[in-house]
Design a binder for this molecule. Structure first.
Ligand SMILES: Cc1cc2nc3c(=O)[nH]c(=O)nc-3n(C[C@H](O)[C@H](O)[C@H](O)COP(=O)(O)OP(=O)(O)OC[C@H]3O[C@@H](n4cnc5c(N)ncnc54)[C@H](O)[C@@H]3O)c2cc1C
Length: 390
């Protein structure tokens, strides 16, 4: 059996690509999405904190997020099927990035890049911060930036299902199958082999396999600098009242935001306790010894907290520069990459899905110039470092 485009991985990024391809009047081909687990139970998409921000340090990430929030705001114009609109519940309450004096220059430089690109991010001096958020301890802070519009959180699973349903309605095929190998002949990928041995030919294969991307690429002799890194998330309740609470990013890296009747929070483990790993055991010690003390220091009301639920998922961490690797390979034809999102791929799924469709149709990403995120930098070992990784 043969397809024009085979997409390996049908979560947010793979399904976004399928949708944008099938929705384009310039594309008439046959698209098949191969997904090993249609429950998506272990996908990063389903396990994510589902938040979107314009506060990045690199123009490409800022532009991808700006498109992401526009897309999400107008979801009814894009993903409605038979009049049914995905219930994304976009909660546009912003991110608050805070800096102590040593972090002030980085905050200032990021803010200036964001403003130049039209991001609606405002600068808050400590006294403005204290006024706006009386529940926050601000005496050690030098400044903060807050995304007034376009930033917030949503239902990630609803976005994924929205892309999938609309792609199906537009003619994409979804098939439950695990891809074990990319089939390569010379310098061209010609298709894939499935776990049951069946081979599928394709004009183009898109690697949207999340943490499965590295093994998939390796099966065609291509090395990706991407490792699976576990991140634990805790849902807590508290009696503290935090009016206007945005997604708060503490200078320590700890984060929290409202969720239903409580809050979602987390922190990355220290580098020496952050090996490549694929199991899902929640790091409770991280909460007790590191996260909770940091939260209680920042918000005195968090001295009393109760963990109600917790889970762990995996970042597809690009160890070169914490940025996605997007688009074609300079020496191997027939394959496009959309991997290594390092914790910010959900918000970029609309922009990356559109870019992948443009690469398929025109051979270039036209709407946003994403050359800087291409494979060339990996081969040249020339990192495009994202400073704002949460
Ligand atoms: C705890 C946590 C919090 C996060 N918070 C945020 C956030 O707030 N904002 C944000 O933007 N991003 C966040 N992220 C990152 C975001 O979730 C991911 O970057 C994004 O969902 C990546 O989507 P994806 O489709 O590339 O990968 P995934 O969602 O991982 O999907 C990959 C899919 O490929 C399938 N697959 C893999 N290998 C194969 C194979 N060989 N054959 C067939 N199918 C295969 C898998 O079953 C899976 O469904 C978070 C991630 C985690 C873990």
């Amino acid at each position: 059996m043969s397809f024009d485009v085979l997409i390996v991985g049908g979560a947010a990024v793979g399904s976004a690509a399928a949708y944008f391809l099938c929705a384009s009047p310039d594309f008439q081909g046959r698209v098949c999405v191969l997904e090993q687990d249609p429950s998506y139970a272990r996908s990063a998409t389903a396990l994510s904190v589902a938040s979107i921000r314009h506060q990045f340090s690199t123009p490409e990430n800022i532009r991808l997020s700006q498109f992401g929030s526009e897309f999400i705001r107008h979801i009814d114009q894009h993903l409605a099927v038979d009049g049914e609109v995905p219930a994304l519940q976009f909660n546009e309450r912003g991110y608050l990035f805070m800096a102590t004096p040593p972090g002030l220059e980085v905050l200032r430089s990021n803010h200036s890049t964001q403003r130049e690109l039209g991001a609606d991010v405002c600068w808050l001096e400590p006294q403005e911060l204290a006024q706006r958020y009386p529940w926050l301890r601000t005496d050690d802070l030098a400044a903060a930036t807050w995304g007034c519009t376009g930033e917030g959180w949503l239902d990630a699973y609803a976005l994924l299902q929205g892309f999938r349903r609309r792609a199906l309605a537009l003619g994409a095929t979804y098939r439950q199958a695990r891809v074990t190998q990319l089939l390569r002949q010379g310098n061209r990928v010609k298709g894939v082999q499935l776990a049951d041995g069946e081979e599928l030919a394709a004009g183009l294969v898109i690697n949207a396999a999340g943490i499965g991307a590295t093994a998939l690429a390796r099966s065609a002799g291509i090395e990706l600098p991407i490792e699976s890194r576990k991140r634990s998330v805790f849902f807590v309740t508290s009696n503290a009242q935090l009016p206007n609470c945005p997604m708060v990013i503490d200078p320590s890296g700890a984060y929290f935001r409202p969720e239903g009747e409580g809050f979602i929070c987390g922190i990355a483990p220290p580098p020496h306790e952050d090996p490549a790993c694929e199991e899902f055991e929640v790091q409770h010690r991280l909460f007790d010894e590191s996260l909770w003390p940091l939260l209680a220091q920042r918000v005195p009301g968090f001295e009393a907290l109760r963990v109600k639920r917790s889970w762990a998922g995996h970042y597809d961490m690009n160890t070169l520069d914490h940025n996605a690797i997007l688009g074609p390979h300079p020496h191997v034809d027939g394959i496009l990459f959309a991997n290594g999102f390092s914790g910010h791929g959900l918000q970029h799924s609309p922009g990356v899905g559109r870019a992948l469709a443009e690469w398929v149709i025109w051979g270039e990403s036209r709407s946003i110039n994403l050359r800087a995120l291409g494979f060339e930098r990996v081969l040249a070992q020339r990192p495009l470092r994202e400073v704002n990784v949460v």
